[in-house]
Write a protein that binds this ligand. Structure first.
Ligand code: AMP
Ligand code: GLY
Length: 426
């Protein structure tokens, strides 16, 4: 089967690497891709925002399945247009993708279905938002309603911070994403990520992970898209996973199907594990980046079979996903300046040495300049290891990092610390 993969990050490199292991893969294209993805797929110059161009490409190249990596094309309705033209797509339509595209949409759905989540109020002007602040103590969480590339959330610990956040959002600091806000109760606990595949009817768990969002060691400094991750997240015990499915994921998928807008694809639930049980922080309509890298390192099933079953509404007939019992850890190497303005053009060497040291390097923000690999983004490489424990997997990943020559890059030195600390004998 011929496949078109959309996206250009480490997530998409991991998906490409795994798809390329399927004996059923025919011609494989990626747009826009990156030099790592190019090891597996022919890169094509296609703009995912130009839906007609994507459909034309699929027709001319006999594409049997389109895999949409990032959220923007999903929220923009690319999957709807492809499905209308008869193509199988991995990724939800525009309305169900609102689970990620609108925080208010998700909160209202949770309220209707009694899904455990933080208490909240929606507000679409500053006065109403200020009035609503009074309903919550401190800290309080303020979120731009729309897509804000992970930056539209402020946890305010003082009244002044809360006011400043509202001012930024309603003054257009997040563009149209901030023209409405959700104000919610601060939840205490540990965060974890839970993944499920669904075709709208059948739902299967698809692994757990925890990531490190802050840029600096010890979880300090500004938030990023993620500086590293590991899987599985042992804190999500089988009992908690069963509750997440029954109390959060299943009611969500059922509610969307009942309103005639079924969700098809991977559903990524960001959870807070509170003293009262797991609560939903947010949904994403796609795989996490870099969580996808650690999931793909552990997946033993044929990814193409699984996601084709999702796309064709045949998940009930597919074999249940199988994951290795081993752990995986990924360490992001970012360009200096990230998450602000990253330094572009820095040279990168030693990827083959990293792989010889037992790591798998997934490329994210890379480009080829006169045949040499250079940095071309914030998160540049995701160096991934697998091992019998998180500690072993971490050692493999860091052996890879040490072998890489990327003078304008940096990484955190403590990915996995929480899990490794827990695993130490007391
Ligand atoms: P989100 O983009 O909704 O995932 O939020 C980004 C981050 O803000 C989360 O990963 C949490 O660390 C934090 N956060 C969001 N909502 C809450 C909440 N209600 N209580 C505590 N922390 C939160
Ligand atoms: N790593 C967080 C995300 O992909 O949203």
């Amino acid at each position: 089967m011929n496949v078109l993969l959309l996206g250009s990050g480490g997530r998409e490199h991991a998906l490409a690497w795994k798809l390329a292991q399927s004996p059923r893969l025919g011609k494989f294209f990626a747009a826009p891709g990156n030099p790592g993805i190019a090891e597996h797929a022919a890169l094509v110059d296609l703009d995912a925002a130009d839906h007609r161009a994507v459909v034309d490409f699929c027709r001319k190249n006999g594409i049997g399945l389109v895999v949409i990596g990032p959220e923007a094309p999903l929220v923009d309705g690319l999957a709807d247009n492809l499905r209308t033209m008869g193509y199988a797509v991995f990724g939800p339509d525009k309305v169900p993708a609102q689970l990620e595209g609108s925080k208010g949409f998700t909160k209202d759905l949770c309220a209707r279905c009694s899904i455990p989540t933080a208490r909240y109020t929606r507000a679409s002007d500053r006065l109403a938002a200020e009035a609503a602040l009074g309903e919550f103590g401190l800290p309080v969480v303020i979120k731009a309603d729309g897509l804000a590339a992970g930056k539209g959330v402020v946890v305010a610990t003082t009244e002044e911070e809360a006011q400043a956040a509202l001012e930024t959002m309603f003054d257009g600091g997040f563009g149209s994403a901030g023209s409405a806000v959700v104000i919610e109760e601060f939840l205490e606990g540990e965060e974890a990520s839970f993944f499920a595949l669904t075709d709208g009817t059948t739902i299967v768990p698809f692994g757990t992970a925890q990531d490190h969002k802050r840029v600096g060691d010890g979880d300090t400094g500004p938030n990023t898209g993620g500086m590293g991750a590991y899987s599985p997240a042992a804190i999500v015990t089988p009992e908690i996973a069963a509750r997440v499915m029954a109390e959060i994921v299943e009611p969500t998928v059922r509610a969307l199907a009942e309103r005639g807008t079924p969700y098809s694809g991977v559903l990524y639930a960001g959870l807070m594990l509170t003293a009262e049980g797991p609560k939903l922080i947010e949904y994403n309509a796609r795989f996490g980046d870099p969580e996808c890298q650690v999931l793909m390192m552990r997946l033993e099933s044929d990814l193409l079979d699984l996601i084709e079953a999702v796309a064709r509404g045949r998940l009930a007939e597919a074999e249940a996903p199988r994951f290795s019992n081993e752990a995986a850890v990924t360490v992001v190497m970012a360009a200096k300046g990230y998450p602000g303005t990253p330094e572009a053009g820095g040279t990168i060497g030693g990827l083959d040495r990293a792989e010889a040291a037992g790591a798998k390097v997934f490329q994210a923000g890379t480009a080829l300049r006169e045949g040499a690999l250079v940095a071309a983004g914030g998160r540049v490489l995701t160096v991934t290891g697998r091992g019998a424990s998180v500690a072993e997997a971490r050692d493999k990943a860091y052996a890879g990092v040490a072998a890489i020559d990327f003078p304008t890059g940096f990484s955190r030195s403590d990915i996995g610390w929480r899990e490794i600390g827990r695993a130490l004998p007391s």
